[in-house]
Design a protein around this ligand. Structure first.
Ligand SMILES: [Fe+2]
Ligand SMILES: [Fe+2]
Length: 282
């Protein structure tokens, strides 16, 4: 993907989603809802991190990175806005976003820290979102039976995450971020992502009344640990980040490119495209 296009998604977000909009499956619905709850504050953190990061570069480098960072910010700003609209329905359904408060406390604790920390944490999170995005685009069972407009929401987001997967990573390197901190932040971000997503999923199941149903946990176990489950699918791609020669563009993007091409009627581009990965190897 050579350009970062900001796209306005043309789906109906006014109609409330069904309580178990993901194929009638309480666990998968609760898990996707949990992720959605993390986006408005999380993606604002990424935006602030790369904006401060690019300002910390020497002028020549800054000019080189600015177009990619602008595209990255435009995409993440669109994601957080759309997910906030969706999350308002979840609040109406009685779900309670606890993840956001925890994330905001951690973000607050980073105030005044070296800007490379926030960019390194963003790069680490972007790897998690990129491998998850690739999984959603490859394995259709995750969103099987989902309301079509919401499947579109997730696959549009997944495709754009794939498109800008290298921006924060390249910026971290250009800022002189070292390997030790890159890996340390990756472990920390992974820990918070796994525990927060599970805690919020359980919280969502509690509030929607599905917590005590055995079927919820059978489906949940299959979704997480089954033959096509997340853990098996993501363990290898997760590990790749730890290699010294890792670069995000090593991940195949053909499914994201195809999805955006085949679903072009579901969104409209906004503004002019920006070059993708400023510091990417050639
Ligand atoms: Fe995003
Ligand atoms: Fe992203």
């Amino acid at each position: 993907m050579s350009n970062l296009v900001v796209r306005r998604l043309l789906i109906d977000l006014d109609t409330p989603p069904a309580r178990h909009w993901c194929g009638g499956d309480a666990f998968r619905t609760a898990w996707f809802n949990a992720l959605s709850m993390s986006f408005p504050s999380g993606e604002q953190f990424f935006i602030d991190a790369v904006r401060a990061g690019v300002q910390a570069l020497p002028e020549a480098e800054r000019v080189r990175f600015e177009p990619a960072v602008k595209g990255f910010i435009g995409q993440e700003a669109t994601h957080r806005r759309i997910h906030a609209l969706f999350n308002a329905h979840l609040t109406t359904q009685g779900l309670v976003n606890r993840w956001e408060a925890r994330a905001l406390r951690r973000i607050q604790a980073l105030q005044g820290a070296d800007p490379r920390i926030a960019v390194g944490a963003t790069a680490a999170t972007e790897h998690l979102t990129a491998i998850l995005a690739e999984h959603l685009l490859r394995d259709t069972t995750s969103l099987q039976g989902a309301e079509p407009r919401l499947a579109t929401l997730w696959l549009w987001h997944a495709s754009e995450e794939t498109g800008h997967r290298a921006t924060a990573f390249d910026l971290y390197r250009a800022m002189g971020g070292n390997e030790e901190w890159r890996l340390r932040l990756f472990r920390l971000v992974t820990w918070h992502f796994v525990t927060d997503s599970l805690r919020q999923t359980v919280n969502n199941l509690w509030h929607d009344g599905s917590f005590w149903r055995a079927g919820t946990w059978v489906a949940g176990w299959r979704f997480l640990f089954g033959r096509h489950g997340l853990v098996r699918a993501l363990a290898g791609p997760w590990r790749r980040y730890r290699s010294a020669d890792f670069h995000p563009l090593q991940q195949d993007e053909s499914r994201a490119v195809s999805w955006l091409r085949d679903n072009a009627t579901l969104f409209e581009p906004v503004g002019r495209p920006a070059p993708a990965a400023a510091g990417a190897p050639t």
